[in-house]
Design a protein around this ligand. Structure first.
Ligand code: ATP
Ligand code: ZN
Length: 536
């Protein structure tokens, strides 16, 4: 080995390794709620511009990072301008979707697989080129690749190598084989980044991070701040980026609900019954509440799990099917007892397929690929799954699929399309979901109140208030029939010694049955009233 190689190897020993990063396991869930922001792409100050890696360009047009990373980078830019007013910090790469990280990683792993016997050695070697997804910084939105542009010279500073040039080991920050100027420039960049609290990665002069595992390891923090996110969670930044400018009440609990669809009417009814007066704005984007600290956001139901996961809203109301399909990281808070439906596996009436096993090797169409895949995996049946959007129920008719997995409430749509259910996969109803980890205690208190209100109006729907007159001697029989909530209220009718007035609460489900029996026993003047709230 020559002198140069030796020097490089010496440097490599100082780099943070994959196994180092595996020691960082605790996430600060509250910090992880922090949202993503898009960097400006032009101007004289901090900008973001994809330079060497373009794999995210089509997914997220402008480079995105966590909000606090953005703020810190602006300070770095300001600090650099103190050294030279013509300098400008350029972010060449920021957030990378977890999906792309995984793909690139497994490609690289395949290439190196032949060279390494031991798995740990292999992972370390791959990690040096592209981070192991579980510990990778870029998918957290905390890691950035940066360089400096000189406005006057209209050129990037000389850093000794191009950014992202893995052909040479001179990308190692402390490589002694680069020019004096390049070394000075690297030091200036590194100094400015560290001053603002970023951690360096010395295997790449351009890579720094804040809040990821590398940062936590470098600064010996107990917890890392940012977890990795899939693209859907982040592309929301683009879609809903004007939300904050809308002057929404910061302290209010934000709730996303379906804008227009099967859940909308019942959802609004629930708010009304809970005593919340909602005023919609004209375009039905937001709902403001006059008498309770909540704000509604009207969106497509499919967007709701991501909005909740990304912390853009605190709560959401969706079908449990959508919640499960999205593998949401939030929690289900309560069932809402409407929007009942089932996810079913169905085949044409005349199909030879009678059981799930008969579907081995057959084609199944669905708009719920995740749950369908889970279902067949659990059953141990290999099928050819096709994910389509809309009109799933006609795909067997046109010979596109042998079976479908779709939602149905009454079974009517199945019948209409000459389909029969082979097996039910899931029962679903509307649910309240939320990302409660690390939520501010004031918001938490509002949510507790809201849940109490929802619970009492749901309970009230289940019961009716019943009043009647009855002869005294049948009282024991009536009491058997009406266990009520506690014991019934009994009063004597004025002037009628043997007659009582009885009042109690009765369950909606057994209502008609009970009324018939009461009449038979001799009760008269039976009066039934709806209950507005029931607070147990
Ligand atoms: P969006 O435009 O908001 O994306 P969508 O077309 O995806 O709406 P809807 O058809 O309005 O959704 O259904 C919303 C939810 O209503 C479903 O996810 C499901 O939980 C529930 N639901 C209740 N009954 C049915 C039914 N018969 N068929 C389908 N979904 C039902
Ligand atoms: Zn939808």
């Amino acid at each position: 080995m020559n002198q140069e190689e030796k020097k490089y190897q010496e440097l490599e020993k100082t780099f943070v390794t994959y196994s180092d990063l595996c020691t960082v396991v605790d996430l600060d869930k509250s910090a992880d709620r922090e949202k993503f922001v898009t960097l400006p792409s032009s101007g004289r100050e901090l900008i973001g511009r994809y330079i060497f890696l373009r794999d995210m360009e089509n997914t997220i047009t402008n480079i995105s990072v966590r909000e606090s990373v953005y703020k810190k980078l602006r300070f770095v830019d300001r600090d650099l301008k103190k050294i030279n007013p013509n300098w400008q910090l350029v972010v060449a790469y920021g957030y990378r979707s977890l999906e792309i990280q995984k793909k690139s990683f497994s490609q690289q792993k395949k290439i190196l697989q032949k060279k390494y016997r031991n798995t740990q050695d292999l992972l370390e070697a791959v990690h040096r080129l592209i981070a192991v997804p579980q510990v990778a910084g870029h998918p957290t939105g905390g890691a950035v690749d940066v360089l400096i542009f000189d406005q006057e010279k209209k050129a990037y500073l000389d850093f000794g190598t191009e950014i992202g040039d893995f052909e040479t080991k001179d990308v190692y920050t402390d490589s002694p084989f680069i020019s004096q100027t390049a070394r000075k420039n690297r030091q200036a960049l590194r100094q400015a980044m560290l001053t603002q609290g970023f951690a360096p990665y010395d295997g790449e002069w351009w890579h720094f991070s804040y809040g990821d595992k590398e940062w936590a390891f470098f600064y010996k923090k107990e917890k890392y701040l940012f977890d990795q996110k899939s693209t859907t969670a982040v592309s929301f930044v683009d879609k809903y980026k004007n939300l904050d400018k809308k002057n929404l009440n910061e302290k209010a609990v934000r709730i996303a609900i379906q804008k227009k669809g099967r859940l909308t009417e019942e959802t609004l009814k629930l708010f009304e019954q809970a005593g919340l007066e909602i005023e919609q704005d004209t375009r039905k984007l937001f709902g403001h509440c006059r008498n309770f600290p909540v704000e509604l956001l009207y969106v497509r139901d499919d967007d709701i799990p991501n909005l909740v996961d990304a912390g853009i809203v605190d709560l959401g109301i969706i079908g449990e099917n959508i919640f499960l399909e999205n593998k949401s990281s939030s929690q289900k808070i309560m069932n809402l007892h409407f929007g009942y439906c089932s996810l079913v596996l169905a085949v044409p009436n005349n199909s030879p397929i009678k059981t799930v096993r008969d579907l081995r090797g057959k084609r199944v169409a669905t708009t719920y690929p995740i749950m369908t895949d889970d279902f067949f995996k659990n059953m141990g049946v290999d099928v050819d799954l096709v994910n389509i959007s809309g009109s799933v129920e006609i795909s067997p008719l046109i010979g596109y699929a042998d079976a479908i997995v779709d939602l149905t409430a009454t079974g009517n749509s199945l019948k209409q399309n000459k389909l029969v259910c082979v097996q039910k996969i899931l029962d679903s109803q509307a649910i309240l979901v939320g990302n409660l980890d690390g939520l501010h205690k004031d918001k938490r208190a509002i949510i507790d109140k809201l849940v109490l209100r929802f619970n009492s109006s749901l309970a009230a729907r289940k019961y009716k208030y019943i009043m009647m007159n009855a002869p005294r001697q049948i009282l024991p029989k009536i009491q058997d029939l009406l266990p009520g909530l506690k014991s019934p209220t009994i009063a004597q009718l004025a002037g009628l010694e043997d007659w009582l007035s009885i009042q109690t609460v009765i369950e909606e489900d057994v209502f008609w049955e009970t009324v018939e029996k009461l009449k038979k026993l001799g009760a008269t003047g039976i009066l039934v009233l709806p209950i507005e709230k029931l607070i147990k």
